[in-house]
Design a protein around this ligand. Structure first.
Ligand SMILES: Cc1cc2nc3c(=O)[nH]c(=O)nc-3n(C[C@H](O)[C@H](O)[C@H](O)COP(=O)(O)OP(=O)(O)OC[C@H]3O[C@@H](n4cnc5c(N)ncnc54)[C@H](O)[C@@H]3O)c2cc1C
Ligand code: FES
Ligand code: FES
Length: 476
């Protein structure tokens, strides 16, 4: 058992104990490591000023990827290599990306600048051929209130790829990799003033510990929980980390389904689903920001149980199955039977969600996901919806599953609407009649994102949008 965590920061090996283990990464960098280039503005993952890069040997590739340091805690970074803006300097001279930010006037007050530079550094580590769209996508998680985005995008476009030294080659040496892999074989237990963090290396040990510490909170990447800590809405006392359990990082594939481990990041998931479940991969493109997706998990989205969690309507519509490990058995539950009330679900205190089984689309089945938000990227939606339909000859609706988020205390299937549509012809008369049907029994909340009436109107219009899209794609 270890009573310390191990991280590398800009190539320097550091073993952390006590208080340091429980700090956010941004606090550790600024207050303990003297690396104040990393800035903090919002403390909730929304502005990107705190962006750093992380390489974890457990992810699909041992490469540097951007994350938000303000909502990531040191105990979740055990066994990782972290890179800050200071680590980009080459022989005390600015790197190519820093140089181009200066040349293109990509900075005024400068507070956001290290975050932009790190997000761009992550992009250039990942891809070598980069155009305007890739730059815009990589910067969806970064806000600047003074410069205006054009000079920042120009800076990205002016970067000469040949001048960008590979950070992997520079920092991720074989010795570092061997050290990180070796250390991850030993579990971690750190206790400090009544707060305990435990990170086992096997599922059995995780469940055994959860049996003894029923109130312990399971941490995914902490992109939901980290915001709660920073906003003083949650004060953890017992924390179970799953980041050393190898099997939870796997994505495996059978003829009918994709099985996704609880520690798989949304970025790895998006990349692996492009061909297998394209509609979910398409949704993930507009989910949060690269910094969030390089860290967050699908299980976290499911167990956060938000009525507007973006993946949930689709998981309900395809009938995703959750694999749950308890003290004596593994049980599989259809996600349609999982949610029991607002933020309530069928998971005992001694259980852990280990895998999600995502059924692949059946041949000729039509899958559509919609997210309605004020802006396309990095926004919380007002409502979201998924439609999964099988059409027979003469446009007969043979199978139909419809799920919505944002219209009830949990994401829900619209079973009345499904029964109404089943067996009918998929034409505008049916959809008009279904528009009346969809409103029956719907009583959404009014909040800052939309009134109940607006949500009802959106629900009706999304059904029409589904019809219009499918009709035009299939030339019906
Ligand atoms: C800036 C920002 C943007 C965001 N954008 C979006 C968005 O566009 N769409 C969206 O839907 N969400 C969004 N989110 C919310 C969040 O990123 C997602 O819900 C994410 O999937 C959570 O994953 P996580 O691993 O970080 O979960 P965590 O924060 O670690 O955990 C969330 C919950 O899941 C539980 N949990 C985690 N793992 C397990 C397990 N194995 N077994 C049982 N319980 C478990 C935790 O105990 C906790 O209750 C955003 C968040 C931020 C900060
Ligand atoms: S400080 Fe704004 S995202 Fe971290
Ligand atoms: S330069 Fe001031 S916030 Fe971007």
């Amino acid at each position: 058992m270890r009573d310390f965590i191990l991280v590398y920061i800009n190539g320097e090996r550091r073993e952390l104990k006590g208080d340091d283990v429980f700090l956010s990464l941004s606090d550790f960098l600024r207050e303990r490591a003297g690396l104040s280039g990393t800035k903090v503005v919002c403390s909730e993952g929304d502005c990107g000023a705190c962006t750093v890069l992380r390489a974890s040997p457990q992810q699909s590739e041992f490469k540097f990827k951007s994350i938000n340091s303000c909502i990531t805690f040191m105990y979740l970074l055990d066994g990782c290599h972290l890179l800050t803006v200071e680590g980009l300097l080459e022989n005390d001279r600015p790197s190519e990306i820093q140089y181009q930010m200066v040349e293109n006037n990509g900075s005024q007050c400068g507070f956001c600048t290290p975050g932009f530079v790190m997000a761009l550094a992550g992009l250039f580590e990942e891809k070598k051929k980069i155009g305007e769209q890739q730059i815009k996508n990589a910067l969806t998680g970064n806000l600047c209130r003074c410069t205006g985005y054009a000079p920042i995008i120009d800076a990205g476009l002016s970067v000469r790829p040949k001048e960008v030294a590979s950070l992997v080659k520079r920092y991720l040496t074989n010795e570092c990799l061997a050290d990180l892999l070796e250390i991850r074989k030993t579990p971690v237990a750190v206790e400090l003033r009544g707060v305990t963090f435990f990170s086992p290396v096997s599922l059995k040990d995780a469940v055994d510990w959860k049996v003894k510490n029923k109130k312990a909170k399971i941490m995914g990447a902490g992109t939901d929980l980290g915001v709660l800590v920073n906003k003083n809405k949650w004060n953890p006392t017992q924390i179970l980390g799953l980041n050393q359990i190898e099997e939870l990082y796997t994505i495996s594939d059978s003829q009918k389904a994709v099985k996704v481990g609880a520690r798989v990041t949304l970025t790895d998931l998006e990349n692996s689903l492009e061909e297998k479940i394209p509609e979910l991969a398409r949704l993930l493109k507009i989910f949060a920001s690269p910094q969030i997706k390089n860290n967050a998990t699908l299980v976290g989205n499911i167990a956060n149980a938000s009525p507007i969690g973006d993946t949930l309507p689709y998981l309900l519509a395809i009938g995703a199955q959750l694999e749950i490990q308890g003290p004596t058995e593994i049980r599989i539950i259809d996600i349609n039977n999982f949610y029991t009330g607002y933020k309530k679900f069928d998971l005992a205190e001694n259980e852990i969600i280990t895998f999600i089984h995502l059924p692949k689309p059946a041949e000729k089945e039509i899958h559509k996901i919609y997210k309605v938000s004020k802006r396309k990227d990095l926004d919380i939606c007002c409502i979201n919806a998924s439609f999964v339909m099988g059409l027979g000859s003469q446009q007969k609706i043979e199978t139909i599953r419809v799920a919505f988020g944002g219209i009830a205390a949990t994401p829900i299937r619209l079973e009345n609407l499904e029964s109404f549509l089943h067996g009918k012809t998929f034409d505008s008369a049916t959809i008009d009649a279904a528009g009346v049907e969809i409103l029956k029994g719907l009583s959404p909340l009014s909040d800052v994102r939309g009134t109940a009436n607006y949500r009802k109107l959106l629900a009706k219009n999304l059904l029409r949008k589904f019809f219009a899209e499918v009709s035009s794609e299939r030339e019906l």
